[in-house]
Write a protein that binds this ligand. Sequence first.
Ligand code: ADP
Ligand code: MG
Length: 143
Amino acid sequence: MVKEFLSRSVLETRDYARQFAAGLQPGDVVSLSGNLGAGKTEFMRGIAQLFGCDDQLTSPSFSIFNIYRGKLNGRPVTLQHFDLYRIETSLELEGLGFGDYINSDAISVVEWGEKFIEEFPPQTIRVHIETVGEEERKIVIDS
Ligand SMILES: Nc1ncnc2c1ncn2[C@@H]1O[C@H](COP(=O)(O)OP(=O)(O)O)[C@@H](O)[C@H]1O
Ligand SMILES: [Mg+2]
């Protein structure tokens, strides 16, 4: 199923990401694509808000991998956040233990996931963010 949303501000992007996150299940993998500055990290921030762990987000995020402990309806949720911008080869990705991390009960959100999409499980939810204007972003969710 493909869904499209036109966001007109950072807050709209975060709101939309929160709604999106409400439909996530343990074990889900989300690949975020879009150019630098498209809003991938902002989308991730919205997801983290829903799970009540946005205060744990490192900003600015220069790291490749972070794990956050969140909650949904009182139940613990583990949120894994990857940023593959600086990863160049699948060998490097393997070296991080990527496969083991994403094949887990955690919810995984991967910025620049499309670079290595062949390493992802087939049921991966793909979110593409396209810069349309200064503050307009087209968000396309393919699940
Ligand atoms: N509608 C919007 N949605 C998301 N970010 C937006 C929007 N409009 C402007 N921005 C700005 O675009 C930038 C997005 O940054 P970031 O989320 O770090 O991008 P990425 O992770 O894709 O490189 C932020 O500076 C944010 O304020
Ligand atoms: Mg980012």
